[in-house]
Design a protein around this ligand. Structure first.
Ligand code: NAD
Length: 475
């Protein structure tokens, strides 16, 4: 069921060492993935660089047909891919199926968008000159992706890169390698030529170091923590690579006195508890107008107490396990720190001892203040801290008071308030009465330390293109 070889230059390669992969719902080893290193990293760039010549010369139509063939295979094998994902990552099976569909939409969307990589002609100042602007593929791309969305974080990069005419070397998270390798298997079956997509699994530093130093790699695209993003940004400086960084977040969710409380509670549930709170756009802090804070908190706690936690293959489970023991510890530290500093536990608050995996109860805290760790550090787990505010100005100031700037949410039925608040928030994505704003055709990305560049939509292909200006002098 699990592919356990590296995919380089259209071939499946073994390594001597392997890394075990664990199902976080059971803590059982479900398989192992190759521990690729410097040699494999270099081989992958050799393959991608060789393949670039032909791939970049194909017409957009030819590349589109191959991407759509890949899309069809993923669609046909959707449940198989989702099963692999639930086993290695833990998310509920229904959510995993949703992620495969979402991931696959990027392939279909960019297969079409590749046909719209337009150039320009610009009026010249001289009658004997012509100014022509073209867009061409940036070259070999290196992609490094996290474990929380084992398929979507990959296709968001691979699809626009291939549509633009680039080739790619990919290192998925060592925690979720199987979804990535299975996607590569389907790309091979779809007829995407050898060397166009290469997947190397293994410990991150040796692989990343080779890719960073190799000047044939012209772009690095990374999704993961801000800490690692900064390391990669420094490493990319020596060869001046183009960079896309999708990094951490600390999303505020503001509920004003004019909000529809039912909508706000549902928005908080979907933005906070999807993927057990392990998303970069996850609500991390909830600010509620003091006049409705108690009502909102009580209703949220009621909803949260009814969320079913368990193995993602069980019926009606909406919260799966966290990825590992460190993740459970971090959430517990955030809860304990807040309670010690005066927060009230309204729901949850404990690891689920009856379960065999890394489970934790979805938790609601009230009376939370900004000095509590959960209010400024990414929790990456099912903890919803609620704090009240007196004025909209105060809510905006507190919401913006963070080095992050990925997603923010606002709930209000007043149009003026909605516009004012969304314009004042320093965030790349605003969910206005909407707890799940991600969409393939929309630009996804953050301000400040949440990253550089955008994925999705026509913005998402720009980062894989270089602009070339041709100055033509006529006789
Ligand atoms: P992580 O930064 O630990 O790992 C991400 C990837 O980087 C993995 O493939 C990992 O193997 C690799 N990596 C780790 N150390 C490295 C190093 N020194 N050099 C090169 N590569 C290295 O992040 P994670 O724990 O896998 O994912 C969670 C983080 O990702 C959270 O901070 C979350 O907010 C962020 N994230 C952001 C987005 C976004 O679109 N902005 C989306 C999903 C996740």
């Amino acid at each position: 069921m699990f592919p356990n070889k590296l995919y380089i230059n259209g071939e499946w390669l073994d390594t001597q060492e392997m890394i075990q992969v664990i199902n976080p719902a059971t803590k059982n080893v479900i398989g192992s993935t190759p521990n690729g290193g410097e040699i494999e990293a270099k081989l992958s760039v050799d393959a991608a660089y060789t393949a670039l010549k032909e791939w970049s010369k194909k017409t957009a139509d030819e590349r589109s047909r191959l991407l759509l063939a890949w899309h069809r295979l993923i669609e046909e094998h959707r449940d198989e891919l989702a099963e692999i994902m639930t086993m290695e990552q833990g998310k509920p099976f229904a959510e995993a199926k949703g992620e495969i569909d979402y991931a696959n939409n990027y392939i279909a969307w960019f297969a079409e968008e590749g046909k719209r990589i337009y150039g320009e002609t610009i009026p010249a100042s001289s009658p004997t000159k012509r100014i022509i602007v073209k867009r061409q593929p940036v070259g070999v791309v290196a992609a490094i992706t996290p474990w929380n969305f084992p398929a979507a974080m990959i296709t968001r990069k691979v699809a626009p890169a291939l549509a633009a005419g680039c080739t790619i070397v990919l290192k998925p998270s060592e925690e979720t390698p199987f979804t990535a390798l299975k996607l590569a298997e389907f790309s091979q079956q779809a007829g995407i030529p050898k060397g166009v997509i290469n997947v190397v699994t293994g410990a991150p530093e040796p692989i990343a170091t080779v890719w960073l130093r190799d000047d044939r790699v012209r772009k690095l695209t990374f999704t993961g923590s801000t800490r690692v993003g900064k390391i990669l940004m420094r490493g990319a400086a020596d060869t001046v690579k183009k960079l896309s960084l999708e990094l951490g977040g600390h999303a505020p969710l503001i509920v004003t006195a004019n909000a529809n409380i039912d909508k706000a509670v549902e928005g908080a549930i979907s933005s906070k508890f999807r993927n057990a709170g392990q998303t970069c756009v996850c609500t991390n802090r909830i600010y509620v107008d003091e006049s409705i804070a108690d009502e909102f908190s009580n209703r949220l706690a009621e909803r949260v107490a009814n969320l079913k936690v368990g193995n993602g293959f069980e019926e009606n489970v909406s919260i799966g396990p966290l990825i590992n023991d460190r993740a459970v510890q971090k959430v517990m530290e955030h809860i304990e720190d807040a309670v010690k500093k005066g927060a009230n536990l309204l729901a949850g608050g404990n690891p689920l001892e009856k379960e065999s995996g890394y489970f934790i109860e979805p938790t609601v805290l009230t009376n939370v203040t900004d000095d509590m760790t959960c209010m400024y550090e990414e929790t990456f787990g099912p903890l919803a801290p609620v704090s009240s505010f007196k004025t909209i100005e105060e809510a905006i100031e507190r919401a913006n008071n963070t080095p992050y700037g990925l997603a923010a949410y606002v709930f209000t039925e007043n149009i003026n308030e909605a516009v004012d608040i969304s314009e004042a928030l320093d965030y790349g994505i605003i969910g206005l009465n909407d707890g799940s704003p991600s969409a393939v055709q929309a630009p996804f990305g953050g301000f400040k330390e949440s990253g550089l560049g955008r994925e999705g939509g026509h913005f998402g292909i720009e980062d894989y293109l270089e602009v070339k200006y041709i100055s033509l002098r006529l006789n």
